[in-house]
Design a protein around this ligand. Structure first.
Ligand code: FES
Length: 158
């Protein structure tokens, strides 16, 4: 019987140096990204740049008590006109992310996935959703209704 030899050679000095440089570079890059995000969070002006203003309706376009559904960045958004003004909510259910529907007669949002209900104030009325619908800041200017949406990485809405 012959003895087999392990043909693997020990890692070369060059490989060791290159992997060390890659590891140190990764840690340094992580530190720089953390520092950048920390500064953006701490500097007041930096936070405002994360929001985008969207025109969502004309002031008289939606009668009081009615809602309008639009799509922004492929996400449903509901604009509701109440006697006290406009409210704008994300149409994404806060339970597992299904798309809610506005029930005109009941003045409620309904999520068909697990029978979740939200009021016209966005608060949970029934079902499993753990929190209200996400609400956007509304601004009325020159007879137009705008909302402010926080941008997330990858262009998603918040
Ligand atoms: S996803 Fe809406 S109730 Fe479950």
């Amino acid at each position: 019987m012959t003895k087999t030899e392990d043909k693997k050679s020990p890692p070369s000095r060059r490989k060791f140096i290159m992997s060390s440089i890659a590891a140190v570079g990764g840690v340094a890059l992580g530190g720089l990204l953390f520092l950048r995000d920390s500064l953006l969070f701490l500097i007041p002006g930096g936070k405002q740049q994360e929001f985008t203003k969207y025109l969502v309706a004309k002031v008289d376009e939606i009668p009081i008590g009615k809602a309008k559904e639009i799509t922004i960045a492929n996400k449903p958004v509901f604009i509701i006109r109440l006697p006290e003004g406009y409210k704008v909510y994300s149409g994404i259910c806060t339970h597992l992310g299904c798309i809610v529907k506005w029930k005109e007669k009941e003045k409620k949002f309904y999520c068909p996935c697990h029978k979740g209900y939200f009021g016209q104030d966005g608060k949970v009325l029934a079902g499993p959703p753990p929190r209200p619908l996400d609400e956007f800041k509304v601004e009325v200017e020159n007879s137009l209704v705008f909302i402010w949406i926080k941008k997330r990485r990858g262009g998603q809405l918040s």
